[in-house]
Design a protein around this ligand. Sequence first.
Ligand SMILES: [Zn+2]
Length: 319
Amino acid sequence: MNSKKQVHFTSCPLCGSNHLASDKLYTDRYVSGEKFTLVRCSDCGFLFTQDFPDQTVIHKYYESKDYISHSDTHKGIVNHVYHQVRRFMINRKAGILRKALKNNQLAIHSPRLLDIGTGTGYFSYSMKQKGWDVTATEANETARTFALNHFNFKILPVKALDEFRPHSFEVITLWHVLEHIQDLHQTVDKLHELLVDHGVLVLALPNHSSKDALHYKDAWAAYDAPRHLWHFNPDTLDKLANRHGFEVVKKYAMPFDTYYVSMLTEKELHHTMPFVRGMFHGLVSHIKSLFSGVNSSSSVIYVLNKKTTTNKEKQHEQR
Ligand SMILES: [Zn+2]
């Protein structure tokens, strides 16, 4: 790659091992056309994007009119399906959060929810309407303005995270967000601090051990480098959780993502009839994952509990 400012790892960002090997070559067909190497740690199995553009330049790789979670376009059949599914998913997510709180004896009247990377705010605003005490953050200014204009809902910029006091939230959610965050460990530590005891952290992440990922190999659209920096599967997410004083207590499959990601991959590969092909491969992957369980789902929702006995947070360096 050229002289752009990049973040390069000589050791594994998750376990610190220097046994690293190139594993995938992903082409960013979405925005830049550039190629990115995904590197795997031979010790802990963690997969991550090597040499990703740093904070000063990464924004250029988000500048596509197709970036749905921000632009909210309704054009095209893939986007149409996405918007239909979103409505269904909001209710499912709400159910998952209610259940998690109940299990932890935190089912209070108006739980405090922090939704990080809320995009245009559909989920967070819906939760507010359901009576939750909602705070939402989003890095993209256009998305924040959209929420203000459409719902009269005020979304905070990311730096607001520094102003919250410890133990301020019963639940924190990051729906397909953690994989975008450059200062991974610093952020997860912060989330730990912001949660009350027995608080719940809910993460939705693409799963590179899924049936559709195995089918599409290097072209799997959910690698989405360089926007996705960290590529988790249930095993490595478990390791991340343990490192930061969390415990994974429940996992849910996200079967719609199988279809969505398959269609997106077909579209990016410029195959004919991407919708039909995507639906077909999505169905095949979905059926396969029904037999092999949540760990082979295209995306996984992880419910993490904050462990109560937090032996005074040891200093986690950023890498
Ligand atoms: Zn490792």
